[in-house]
Design a protein around this ligand. Structure first.
Ligand SMILES: Nc1nc2c(ncn2[C@@H]2O[C@H](COP(=O)(O)OP(=O)(O)O)[C@@H](O)[C@H]2O)c(=O)[nH]1
Ligand SMILES: [Mg+2]
Length: 268
């Protein structure tokens, strides 16, 4: 093989590296809205970004998915055929999706994308805590994927709410064992005071710890303190970004973090 051929192969290898980003989060946290704004951000940076919708039950999306689970699975048909309620039907749909994942992968590859943004079903547990979620991520993207974990800014109202989101973020991290960026969405809805307090909680965790411990003083105080310290040690809090898909706040930081994970030489 001469050097021209080696160069050609290297170039081909380079262009075929697809970076998968799965957006997971609590119901209604803005996963689909973030998929849309992230596509805009990546495309503005002249990257070839496509989207995959994995929510079989969604009626409307704020973006046009290049690959869509709804082309393979008919949610209404499954409800009718198996006489299931909405939650049972969604579980059946996501579990059935596993059968079509190779076909979806072929569809994705045709676009030769730099980034594949994957929008997951409304309810976090459907994707994060069922085996199908893990099968889908490993079949579609082998080990080359990251996760954006999204929680609604409503969780910034009380210290204990925020700590519970940190625990949730950690539980997703332990499930997927992938590089993960934790984000609080819809920060455009926060008052200036709550926003300031959130920034302080994130940059000076001792302030969050004090407020958290005084809020839950009567219930298992020492135990909670130890859990909080462990969360800090793991670094869960340091990685929280405050973002808004509507105003674009935090999107530059999110983009930089994604690029750092996917092209910055971090082991994934
Ligand atoms: N104010 C505000 N609303 C948002 C933002 N992102 C999403 N939403 C709204 O939150 C609701 C749920 O958003 P969606 O993307 O469907 O959430 P998903 O269920 O997690 O995919 C919708 O009414 C969105 O318009 C945001 O950044 N700011
Ligand atoms: Mg959605």
């Amino acid at each position: 093989m001469d050097s021209k051929e080696v160069k050609f192969l290297l170039f081909h290898f380079y262009v075929f590296i697809m970076n998968f980003v799965y957006i997971l989060g609590t119901a209604g946290s803005g996963k689909s809205a973030l998929t849309s704004s992230l596509l805009d951000t990546l495309r503005a940076a002249e990257l070839n970004a496509i989207s995959v919708n994995l929510d079989p039950g969604v009626k409307w999306l704020p973006y046009y998915p290049e690959v869509d689970i709804r082309d393979y699975i008919d949610y209404d048909k499954i409800v009718e055929e198996y006489q299931l309620g909405p939650n049972g039907a969604l579980i059946a749909c996501v579990d059935t999706a596993v059968n079509y994942i190779e076909e979806m992968k072929e569809e994705i590859e045709k676009f030769e994308p730099d980034y594949v943004i994957v929008d997951t079903p409304g309810q976090l547990e459907l994707f994060a805590y069922r085996d199908s979620g893990k099968i889908i991520t490993s079949t579609l993207s082998k080990n080359n994927f990251s996760i954006i974990f999204l929680a609604d800014s409503i969780f910034l109202n009380r210290p204990s709410d925020f700590v519970s989101v940190m625990l949730l973020a950690y539980s997703v991290q332990t499930r997927f064992k992938a590089p993960q960026i934790n984000c609080i969405s819809k920060v455009d809805l926060l008052s200036e005071d709550v926003m300031k307090r959130a920034i302080q909680w994130i940059t000076e965790p001792i302030t969050l710890k004090e407020s958290f411990l005084s809020e839950i003083a009567d219930i298992k105080g020492e135990f909670s303190e130890r859990i909080f310290d462990i969360l800090l040690e793991i670094g869960t809090l340091g990685e929280f970004l405050l973002i808004s898909s509507y105003t674009g706040q935090g999107m530059t930081e999110l983009f930089a973090e994604l690029q750092r994970i996917h092209t910055g030489g971090i082991d994934i």
